[in-house]
Ligand binder design. Structure first.
Ligand SMILES: Nc1ncnc2c1ncn2[C@@H]1O[C@H](COP(=O)(O)OP(=O)(O)OP(=O)(O)O)[C@@H](O)[C@H]1O
Ligand SMILES: [Mg+2]
Length: 403
C-alpha cells in the first residue's frame, strides 16, 4: 500500500479527489491538507510516498510551495493538478514530476499514480493483482468462427492456465452478453452477482472498489471472472464505451485479460477486438468454419487492420467426422494464413472438466487438451507453462511454428 498526501484549498475539488483516491486499492490517503502553507509540515510528519498538489486554489502560492517541497524532499514524487497548462508547466520547472489536467478521470489518475509510484519503486506485484509496477497488461480476445467451435473452452482454459503462474493476475471477461456461459464452464463464487450490465448502469460512478466487488472468482485457479448480464434483456444495457472503460480499469489491476466474445461482431465485441493485443480466432477443420475465418479476417482487416492481430487456433483437431478430409495444409491454403495452434479433440477431459465447473489446468492437467493449451500460453507469453506438448507427440498437434 502506498501512502499519498494531498493539498487542495477548494473543498469541492478536494472532496472529489479524495473520493477518487479512496477507490484506488493500492494507495492509502495518509494526509489531507487545505492550506498550501501547512503542506510542507504535513509532508515532514506524514512522510508519504507521493504528494498531490492541486494548484488552482492559489497558483502563485501553490507553485512557490511546490518549489520549496521539491528542494526539501528531492526524492518525493510530486503530482500537480490544474486547469491551467501554463501553471502545470511551471510546476514541472519547480520540481513536480507528474501532472494531470482538470477534470481528473479515474483512468488518468490511475495511470499517473501507477507511473509516479512505479518509478519511485513503490509498487509491488501482488497475487491479487491489485497493484502492479509499470508493466502493461496483455489483452487477448477470443473469437469463434461459428457457434460451438470451442471459443469459451479456449478462453476459460487459457485464462486459467495463465492464472496458474503466481506472478500473474488474470481476469476472464464474458462479453458474450446474451448467451454467455463462461460462468458455467468455470463454477465461480462471489462477485456479489454484479454483472457487466450493473457496471454499465453505474459507469459514471464506477470505481475500483465496485469493480473489484463485481469480479467473481474461481478459487482453485485464482482466476477472476466478470460475468455476462444475468438477464438476457440486460445485454442491451452494455455499450462499447462501457466495455472500453471497464477493460481500461481492469488493465490497471491485472496482468492478463482474456475476453470471450459473442459471434455477432457487435460494437461491444469490436471494442474488445480493438483493445486486444492479440485475437485468437477459433476454427475447426471444417468448411463452414474455415470459410468464416476468411470472411472474419477480411472484415477485421477493414476495421483499422485488426486482421494483423489474428492468430488462427484450430480446435477439436483429430475429431472423427469433423475434418471432412481437410488437412492443415489445405486449411492454410483456404484461409491464406498459417494455423497458429491446434488443440486436440479430447472429449473425456474437456467435457468432464466442464461438467465439474473446473478448468483443465486443475481438473485434468495431464490431458492432451490442457497440454496443448499450456503450450499455447507458453508460445504467447514465452514462459514455461507445463511440458512441451510437441515433445514425443505422434499426432502432430501443437504449434505449427509460423505466424
Ligand atoms: N477440444 C475439445 N475436445 C472435446 N470437446 C470440446 C473441445 N473444445 C470444446 N469442446 C466441447 O464443445 C462444446 C462447445 O464448446 P464451447 O462452449 O467452448 O464453444 P463456443 O464456441 O464457446 O460455443 P458458443 O457458440 O455457444 O459460444 C462444449 O461442450 C465443450 O465441452
Ligand atoms: Mg461460448
Amino acid at each position: 500500500m502506498q501512502r499519498v498526501a494531498i493539498v487542495d484549498p477548494t473543498e469541492s475539488t478536494r472532496e472529489s479527489l479524495r473520493t477518487l483516491l479512496l477507490g484506488v486499492d493500492f494507495v492509502w490517503l495518509e494526509a489531507e491538507c487545505a492550506r498550501y502553507e501547512y503542506f510542507p509540515d504535513v509532508i515532514q510528519t506524514s512522510a508519504p510516498d507521493l504528494a498531490v498538489v492541486a494548484l488552482d486554489g492559489d497558483k502563485a502560492k501553490a507553485l512557490a510551495m511546490v518549489g520549496q517541497l521539491s528542494a526539501e524532499n528531492p526524492k518525493l514524487p510530486i503530482l500537480t493538478i490544474s486547469h491551467d497548462h501554463q501553471a502545470l508547466l511551471t510546476s514541472l520547472q519547480k520540481g513536480a514530476k507528474y501532472f494531470l489536467t482538470h477534470p481528473v478521470s479515474l483512468e488518468d489518475l490511475l495511470a499517473a499514480l501507477r507511473r509516479a509510484l512505479g518509478e519511485a519503486g513503490g509498487l509491488e506485484v501482488t497475487p491479487a493483482g491489485t497493484a502492479r509496477p509499470g508493466g502493461g497488461c496483455s489483452v487477448v480476445a477470443v473469437l469463434g468462427s461459428r457457434g460451438g467451435v470451442g471459443t469459451t473452452t479456449l478462453a476459460a482454459n487459457l485464462a486459467a492456465t495463465l492464472a496458474a503462474d503466481p506472478a500473474h493476475a488474470v481476469a476472464l471477461i464474458d462479453l458474450d452478453l446474451t448467451l454467455g456461459d463462461a460462468d458455467i464452464a468455470l463454477e465461480v463464487t462471489g462477485g456479489e452477482t454484479i454483472s457487466i450490465a450493473d457496471l454499465a448502469r453505474n459507469i459514471e460512478r464506477l470505481d475500483m472498489n465496485f469493480l473489484r466487488r463485481a469480479m467473481a472468482r474461481h478459487e482453485a485457479s485464482r482466476l477472476a471472472v466478470l460475468r455476462h448480464p444475468l438477464e438476457i434483456a440486460e445485454a442491451g444495457v452494455v455499450h462499447e464505451g462501457h466495455v472500453e472503460r471497464v477493460l481500461n480499469l481492469l488493465k490497471v489491476s491485472y496482468t492478463h485479460l482474456v475476453v470471450d466474445l459473442s459471434k455477432s461482431l457487435l460494437p461491444t465485441d469490436l471494442m474488445a477486438l480493438r483493445m486486444a493485443d492479440l485475437i485468437l480466432l477459433v476454427a475447426q477443420y471444417e468448411l463452414s468454419s474455415l470459410r468464416n475465418v476468411v470472411r472474419l479476417v477480411h472484415g477485421l482487416n477493414a476495421e483499422d487492420g485488426l486482421g494483423e492481430k489474428v492468430r488462427v487456433v484450430v480446435n477439436r483437431q483429430g475429431a472423427d467426422g469433423v475434418e471432412e478430409g481437410i488437412s492443415p495444409k489445405k486449411a492454410e491454403e483456404v484461409i491464406g494464413k498459417p494455423v497458429f495452434w491446434q488443440v486436440p479433440y479430447d472429449p473425456k477431459a474437456v467435457v468432464a472438466a466442464r461438467v465439474a465447473g473446473h478448468p483443465l489446468v486443475t481438473h485434468a492437467p495431464k490431458s492432451r487438451a490442457q497440454q496443448s493449451i499450456a503450450g499455447l500460453a507458453r508460445v504467447l507469453y514465452g514462459k514455461p507453462a507445463g511440458p512441451d506438448p510437441n515433445k514425443g507427440s505422434k499426432g502432430g498437434w501443437g504449434f505449427f511454428g509460423k505466424r
